[in-house]
Design a protein around this ligand. Sequence first.
Ligand code: NAD
Ligand code: ZN
Ligand code: ZN
Length: 377
Amino acid sequence: MRMQAAIMFEQGKPRPYAQSHALEIETVELEGPGPGEVLIEVAAAGLCHSDLSAIEGIRPRPLPVVIGHEGAGIVRECGEGVTDLKPGDHVITVFVASCGTCRYCVRGRSNICPAGNAARAAGTLMSGAKRISRLNGEKINHGSGLSLFAQYGVMARRSMVKIDKSIPLEDAAIFGCAVMTGAGAVLNTAKMQAGDVIAVVGLGGVGMNALFAAVAGGAERIIAVDANPEKLGLARQWGATDAFLATEADVVEQIRAATDGGVDTVVETAGNIKAMELAYAITARGGRVVSAGLPAQGANFSYMHSGLVSDEKSILGSYMGSCVAERDIPRFLGLYQRGKLPVGSLKSGFLPLAEINAGFDRLSDGTVLRQVLRPNM
Ligand SMILES: NC(=O)c1ccc[n+]([C@@H]2O[C@H](COP(=O)([O-])OP(=O)(O)OC[C@H]3O[C@@H](n4cnc5c(N)ncnc54)[C@H](O)[C@@H]3O)[C@@H](O)[C@H]2O)c1
Ligand SMILES: [Zn+2]
Ligand SMILES: [Zn+2]
């Protein structure tokens, strides 16, 4: 079938992206679903900072590619062997494809499935297929086994979780990345418990979900840190007990003084080494840093090793919030339905495909939380 998609032919185009056309809207051909695959109509797709990092070129991708890895849609066709979904079902997409049988998948760590990772690096679906091509026949790579910046998508059955039709698809989309990553970092990777003191460094779409989860999970104190004062105001409104501006020269001393020597659990959701250094510096003796931010490929974080040992600090990576999508999406949706994860309040407006580049300009400016693309609008 023919459809419109936003294609990235080149990384590192200059800003403003609305002028340089970092993503180009083109009519492309989408093949139908192969065995174990599903065709969905993309109802909504969030603009995540990871997509922006791909556009900036700080995280390399096989090109040309259709990116977009946070979304929700409606099943239109099931490939051979897919018997548990039917046309009309609503789904949330999962940005890490997984095999379901490797040693990671069987131990509840499908978020780091090596086969999923290999497919992602190769720009293919789990089956090895590339289902999108230009009208001249040139194959287009898939982003995250999904390619959601398009009107339709074909992806592995395991790259989606069925949801109830009562959930608005524009909110559901945000669960595909920001909610799993932010809430999962707090509740899964950090295993936060009621009464804990926690800090969130970087209050974007991901960080605000970490904050919501900390509130829902009963944190005693929540210290919000961002470089943008407007984000601090919102964080206070949404349950942060303390807020600090990362750009102040003595911010580390301020936070350490306010928290009797540091914070037990610090979640870094900013995505740069400076933020990670701040997160590590405000971590208390015996405490841990959970890092979900993704800085430039190859960037290194360093720390004084003897201090890590004598202070018994821990540094943990958190990919897709250590989530098992089939387990955690229903769990987080349950919190959302009871008003505990007010994900809908993160929406900063809807975009048609034609405005996607302007959307990335705004994300780069830091003036928005989650903009939601509606490619069939
Ligand atoms: N680990 C994962 O699975 C995963 C998934 C999704 C996104 N990410 C990454 O998470 C990060 C955040 O994504 P997002 O979509 O929420 O981005 P965003 O642009 O919406 O938010 C980033 C926030 O960090 C703040 N910030 C920047 N530098 C800072 C600093 N030095 N100190 C404090 N705050 C600072 C910004 O002001 C902004 O509010 C990105 O690096 C993204 O690539 C990781
Ligand atoms: Zn993302
Ligand atoms: Zn696996």
